[in-house]
Design a protein around this ligand. Sequence first.
Ligand code: B12
Length: 459
Amino acid sequence: MKITLISPPFGEYVKSGALARLTGIDEVQKSEGLPIAPPVLEYLAGLTEQVAPDVTVELIDLNRVDFSAKLLDSLSSDLIGITVLTPQAPWAYKTADFLRKKGFKVVLGGMHVTVLPEEAKPHCDSVVIGEAESVWGEVIKDFKAGKLKEFYRGEQLPLVNLPQPKKGLLKTKYPMGSFFTARGCPFKCRYCSVYRFFGNNIRHRPIDEVVKEVSESPYWLFWNVDDNIWGAGIDRSIKLYIELYKELSGMRKWWIGSGDLVSVQHSRGSELLKSARKSGCTQVMIGWESENIKSLKEWNALTKQGGDRYDAIRKIKDHGIDVMLFLMTGGRQDTPDDYKRALELCDKLKVMPHPMQVTPFPGTDLYDDYKPYLIKERGWEFYNGNRVVFTHDDPLMSVENREKALFYLRAEAFSPGRVFKRILSLGLKGFPMTHLTTAMMQIPMSRAFREISEGDPYA
Ligand code: B12
C-alpha cells in the first residue's frame, strides 16, 4: 500500500493559470523561499512507519513542487492525505474533490478541519479530527479493509515514544528542519488556535527522546515548533537545554523558536537564556502583539508579557540571541498611529518585526468576538495574515488602508539600512551564528517586502 501526504501551497490565490484551466482548481502562488521542511509531512511519514511499517509513503510539498499535469499523472497512491491550515482550506477542498473524481481516496487532517469537520466532510472520505497519533493506525487498517469511517477523533495522548520525523522523502533540499518538545499552552490569548487544539495543560516529550532526535537529524539548523519554547516550565526548559548542549557540543547544530517574555523575567531568566544560547538557540520569536494596551487587553495577551517587556528584550539580546517581534496590526481597537508606533518600537529595540493582520481564526475566542464584523465575501483563503477579513469603525482603517499600511510597515521595517543596523547591533556574544541565521532570514524578506509595498496610505 502507498500513501501520499500533501502540504498545500502557502501563498496568495491566483485565479488563473495552466493548472486552473486543467483542473478547475484555483492556483496559489508557491512560497518557494520558505526555508523549513514541512514539519507535519516528515512527522506523519515517521508515524506511518511506526504504526504500519509495510506502507510506502510519498511526501509532496507544493511550495516547492508544481501541482502540474505531470505530477497528477504520476500519482499512484491508494490513499492521499492533505494537511489543512485555515487559508489552505479552499484549495484543499477543491483539490480533494478533483482527486476523488479521479478515483483516489482522500483523508483531510490538521487545525482547520479539526475545528470544522462538517465543512470538510463533503470533500473527502475521512476527516482526522485532532492529533493523529492515536488514530492514524486505525485509519490505515480501515482503509485496507475497505471500511473508512467518516470521522476519526484523535486523543491527546502523553507524548512518549513518538516517532522520529522521516528524512529523505521530500523532493527538494531545505536549509531548516524542525523538532517539537511539548504540546499545549498555559495562556489563553483570544486569537490563538493552540490552547483550544492542544489543550491548556502542557504535555512534555521526554528530554532524552528530543535530544536523540535532534542529534541524529541530518539538519544543522532547526525550528523548534513548540508554541512556546520555555513557557511550559522554566526548570524543565533549562534541563532540556543543558542536555541538548551536552549531546550537541561540537556538533554545530543551531535552532530558533517562539517564546514568551514572562519566563525571561523569572528569577532564573538569565540562567534560562544562557543555557538556551549554549544549546544552540540563535533567535527567539516573541509574541509582543501590540503597543496598544487596549488591544492587548481585548486579546487577553497581557499575562505572557510580564512586567518590563522592553528590558526583557534587551536581556535576550545581551545573551547573544536575536529577537523577532510578532506584531498584530489592524485590530478593531487599533488606530492608524499604531503602524508608526510599531516601526518606532522596532527601531528603539533594534529588532525585526513579523507584523501580521489580526485574523480571527475559526475555533478561537476572537472569531466569536469578531463574528458580527466579518466580511462575508472574504473566504478562508483571505485568512492568511496578510489580508483584512473584518470591518473597522474608523473610516481611516478601511480594508484597503489596513492592507496597504501592513505592506508598507513591512517594507520600511526591512529597508536595507534597518536590516544592516540591526545586524550590527547584535553583540559579539552571538557571533557568528546569530548574525548568520538572522541575515539568512532578513535579507530575503527585505527584497520581497520592497516589491510588494504600494506606499504609505497615511502619508
Ligand atoms: C511551523 C508552523 C508554520 C510553518 C510551517 C507550517 C507547515 N504546515 O508546514 C509556516 C511558517 C509556513 C507557517 C505559516 C503560517 N502559519 Co503556522 N504554525 C506553525 C507551528 C509553529 C507549528 C506547526 C507544526 O508544524 N507542528 C508540528 C506538526 C507535527 O504538528 P501539527 O501540524 O499540529 O499536526 C498534527 C495534527 O494537526 C495532525 N495533522 C495535521 N495535518 C494532518 C494531515 C493528515 C492527513 C492527518 C491524518 C493528520 C494531520 O497530525 C499531527 C500529529 O498529531 C504552529 C503552532 C503550533 N504549535 O502548532 C503554527 C500554526 C499552525 N500556524 C498558524 C498560522 C495562523 C499560520 C499562518 C496562516 C499565518 C501566520 N501567522 O504566519 C501562516 C500560513 C500562511 C499562508 N499563506 O497560508 C496557526 C494555525 C491557525 C489555523 N487555524 O490554521 C498556528 C496554530 C499558530 C497559532 N498559534 O495559532 N506556520
